[in-house]
Design a protein around this ligand. Structure first.
Ligand SMILES: [Zn+2]
Length: 303
C-alpha cells in the first residue's frame, strides 16, 4: 500500500503503467478463451509473478487481473456468483507485488454487451454490476479504478459513476480503444470521436483519461492520437497504453513485433506530446516495459 496519493505523485512526475496480462497468463498455460480470473485464487503465484515482473521492469502502476470481472463477463465461464471473491483476490495479489512504492489500479473492462436501446442491458443494471466489482477491488486494496478498453462513452460514464458511488475520493481513470477511420479520424468501435469520448469521461468525474489497445494502430498512429487526446483533455492528465505495434497474422497467430528500442522511442515521444502516464497493452511484455520505463525515467541502458 502506497501512502502517497496517486494524483499527487502524478503532478510531480510522469508515471509508468504496466503491460499486457492476458498474453502473459497464456504463456504460463492459460488456455485461449478460458477464465483467467480464477487464477487470482487458484494460481496466485503465477499472477503475482507477472505483476512482480512488471514492477521490477520499473512500472509504478500495477493493474489487477480483473478485466472480465463483472457478473456479465464471469457468467460466460459459470462464475457469475464469484464477483466478490475473484475481484478482491485480484487486488490483493496485485497489492503484494506493487509494494509500498507502487499503486494498484483496479481493472474494469467492458461488460461485453450493449446498453439499451442498442442492447438489452439498462444503465442501472450495469451500474449495479460495476459497483459490485469495484467494491470488491477496493476491499482488496486497489488505489484507483481503471475503466478500460471502452468503446461506448455511456458505458464509460456508468463505470465512473459506479466507482464514485463506492468511494467518492477514489481516483478514476478511463481509457478508450480507438481505430483510425478512412478519412484519418480516430473513432471508437461505436463511432465516437476523441473529443466527445474524453468530454463524457471528464464530465462524469474521471481524473485521468486516455487510450489503450488501438485497433490496428501503428506506433506513429498512437502519437497522433496522443496529441489529439492531450488537446481534448485540457488540464486532465492523459494516459496512453499502446499495443506493441500493429499486429501481424502468422500461422493463424497474432504477432506483435515492436522492439524494445521502438517502444522506448515511442514512450519518449509520447512524453514530449504531453502524456503523463505511459504503459502497454496487447503484445507488451516486461522486457518492453523495462525499455519504456527506462526511457521515461531517463535511465541510460548499459551498453
Ligand atoms: Zn490490448
Amino acid at each position: 500500500m502506497n501512502t502517497t496519493p496517486l494524483l499527487e505523485e502524478l503532478a510531480k512526475r510522469p508515471l509508468v503503467c504496466d503491460g499486457a496480462m492476458g498474453t502473459q497468463l497464456m504463456a504460463r498455460g492459460l488456455a485461449s478463451g478460458a477464465c483467467g480470473m480464477t487464477w487470482n485464487l487458484d494460481r496466485p503465484g503465477d499472477v503475482g509473478g507477472i505483476h512482480l515482473a512488471y514492477r521490477n521492469a520499473g512500472c509504478d502502476l500495477i493493474t489487477t487481473n480483473s478485466f472480465g470481472g463483472t457478473r456479465f463477463a464471469l457468467e460466460l465461464h459459470g462464475h457469475a456468483g464469484r464477483v466478490a471473491e475473484l475481484n478482491r483476490a485480484a487486488a490483493q495479489v496485485a497489492g503484494a507485488a506493487a509494494g509500498d512504492q507502487g499503486w494498484v489500479l483496479g481493472d474494469v473492462g467492458p461488460f461485453g454487451g450493449f446498453l439499451d436501446p442498442v442492447g438489452d442491458t439498462s444503465a442501472d443494471e450495469l451500474r449495479e454490476a460495476f459497483q459490485s466489482q469495484i467494491a470488491a477491488l477496493l476491499a482488496g486494496g486497489a488505489d484507483a479504478i481503471l475503466v478500460e478498453t471502452m468503446s461506448d462513452p455511456a458505458e464509460a460514464v456508468v463505470g465512473v459513476e459506479a466507482a464514485k458511488a463506492c468511494n467518492p475520493n477514489i481516483p478514476v481513470i478511463v481509457t478508450y480503444s480507438f481505430q483510425k477511420t478512412a478519412p484519418g479520424e480516430f473513432r471508437t468501435m461505436m463511432g465516437t470521436g476523441v473529443a466527445e469520448a474524453i468530454q463524457s469521461a471528464t464530465a462524469a468525474g474521471a481524473q485521468i483519461v486516455g487510450t489503450n489497445c488501438g485497433t490496428s494502430l501503428t506506433l506513429e498512429d498512437y502519437l497522433e492520437l496522443a496529441r489529439q487526446l492531450v488537446a481534448a483533455a485540457g488540464k486532465t492528465p492523459v494516459i496512453v497504453q499502446p499495443n506493441a505495434g500493429s499486429p501481424h497474422m502468422e500461422n493463424g497467430k497474432t504477432i506483435y513485433k515492436a522492439t524494445p528500442e521502438e517502444m522506448a522511442a515511442t514512450a519518449q515521444r509520447l512524453l514530449a506530446a504531453g502524456v503523463r502516464i505511459i504503459g502497454g497493452c496487447c503484445g507488451t511484455t516486461p522486457a518492453l516495459l523495462t525499455a519504456m520505463s527506462r526511457s521515461v525515467k531517463n535511465i541510460k541502458t548499459p551498453a
